[in-house]
Design a protein around this ligand. Sequence first.
Ligand code: BTN
Length: 267
Amino acid sequence: MWKLDFAAADVPLLCYLREKAFGASLKTNCFGRYPHFLMACESTNDELLRLAERGAPAGTLVVSEVQSSGRGRLGRSWLSEPGQGLLFSFLARPQLPPEIAVTLPLVAGLAVTLALRDLGVAAGLKWPNDVLLGDLKVCGVLCEAQTSARGIEGIIIGIGINTGAVPEAVAYRATQVPGVLNRLALLAQILKRFEGLYERWEKQGLAALRAELDQCDCKVNLPITVKLSDTPLEGISRGIREDGALLLETATGEVMPIVCGEIMQWD
Ligand code: BTN
């Protein structure tokens, strides 16, 4: 595995310009302020975890052109060909109880949905944190904790977006962002959206983001099937609750909060 850190002293000119261009388009105070651009790595989440364990500050960002072992939720892998994706991880260090911290992935999913909408792409959020175009997945979010004996020290927010062709081996029903896209501009917009949402979320949790949750949830009031470990459960989605649970109205009219699982995708 070879690796080229664009932030290193001996950077090639192109990489240097790229980082400069990103710095100029970044409109945040924290997130993305300490960027590391890599040509390749195993997983940006793993790279960032190593930095986090060495004390990297909140806002540290790792972007990679390609990953050899990109990871998804529930033990799946994340596949993307060089140049065809926006693959990055950034670090948050929320000082919050775990029951609030666990809702951070939804904040990340909202940020991507809103940023894509800002760029004219009609994206929607599918609980817990997939971003869809129509009924096809364009983005996934994988959050992982950096822990110590003291508890959660940081949260690594890993995001993969299909900005170009989706590899044939991809098993989920996927699509790509339409048209020609400036990946650095999209990245800067996601981080800006994230920071705005995060500052409110840090004070009041998801309750502060009620309006955005309702605007972006593309499954609300629609029939869905939720996969709970291996058992599918059908019902109507009644939206996302402020503790992060999905509300599922079953055939009996009972509304069940689903804390863990995912909405299945159909043709
Ligand atoms: C999912 O939909 O299951 C989540 C996919 C998350 C993929 C991204 S790509 C950047 C970051 N590094 C990883 O190894 N995974 C996340």
